[in-house]
Design a binder for this molecule. Structure first.
Ligand code: C5P
Length: 287
């Protein structure tokens, strides 16, 4: 069984002071986008984890493997499984690639072994803050530490240009720096840089951006460089380091990313997608 596991972009991310569970309550608009890893799971003579084309761990510390193991334990079926992940989404980028891989593995295994929806939702939450969103995907208002999802009207009248600079950021380190800086608030993106459906609504800001810049000033330099080249506002997704801007059409986003001639970990033109992962049968490169 094979699935496309889509990256997410935090179009907006408000962060509130750390609670007793060690996590920061959030409120943000999360969007799945057409930039995907491929995850396959299948029966095997022994357990195995294979990662192609990326740096994700190829052992039991891989979050998608933890998802597989959690489903097996839950239904008390210890049959060996082979997991293969074809990586395109860079790690430590704020694009939720690891969570997307885990969500897809969870979904494939749940279908294969007949796990009920309530148990799947519980497992998703236990795997990581972004996994519940990645399991559902689309456009959602996300609250709590990431587990409370509500519908948000689909925003699909835009494309995004995404640039992933050649360095990664650690999510716990960025949240720690946000605490140290005493809870800064990100700048709100001006309406003229936003698609019509986002104008005058939920403030489009990322409170983790000041913390990411403080931790690694290259984030600010890259943001300014991309903003100057594209002539538009540039935002950061999650805890970084990936940066993005809005475009009216996918063609405009393509021309923008094609103009990025400096070394990056990825430069992609993407569109919103309405799921976090999707089972696939054929071999389309675009999935
Ligand atoms: O749940 P996940 O493993 O993705 O989170 C990684 C780390 O990011 C957590 O251990 C925590 O330090 C930080 N985090 C947070 N508040 C959130 C999400 C993540 O402090 N809402």
């Amino acid at each position: 069984m094979r699935a496309a596991a889509y990256a997410k972009v935090n179009l907006a991310l408000a962060v509130y002071p750390r609670s007793v569970d060690g996590y920061h309550p959030l409120r943000g608009i999360f969007q799945s986008v057409s930039f995907a890893d491929h995850v396959s799971v299948g029966p095997s003579s022994e357990d195995s984890v294979t990662v192609e084309g990326g740096e994700a761990p190829d052992d039991e510390s891989n979050l998608a493997w933890k998802a597989i193991d959690a489903v097996r334990r839950s239904v008390r079926n210890p049959s060996p499984v082979a997991l293969t992940i074809k990586k395109r989404i860079p790690m430590g980028a704020g694009l939720g690639g690891g969570s997307a891989n885990a969500a897809a593995a969870l979904g494939l295994m749940a279908a294969r072994l007949g796990l009920e929806d309530d148990s799947v939702a519980e497992l998703a939450e236990s795997l990581g803050a972004d996994v519940p969103f990645s399991f559902v995907g689309g456009t959602k208002l996300v609250e709590g530490r990431g587990e409370r999802l509500s519908p948000y009207e689909p925003l699909g009248d835009f494309a995004l240009g995404i640039v992933v600079p050649p360095f990664s950021l650690s999510t716990p380190a960025v949240f720690g720096e946000w605490d140290r800086l005493e809870c800064p608030v990100g700048d709100v993106m001006d309406d003229r840089h936003l698609p019509p459906t986002l104008r005058g609504g939920h403030p489009i800001r990322n409170d983790l951006l000041p913390a990411a810049i403080s931790l690694d000033p290259r984030v600010g330099e890259w943001r300014d460089e991309i903003a100057a080249r594209w002539g538009t506002g540039v935002a950061m997704t999650g805890s970084g380091s990936a940066l993005f801007a809005f475009f009216s059409t996918i063609d405009e986003a393509h021309s923008a990313v094609e103009g990025i001639d400096i070394p990056t970990r990825a430069a992609e033109a993407v569109e919103p997608v309405d799921v976090g992962w999707r089972q696939i049968n054929g071999g389309s490169q675009d999935d």
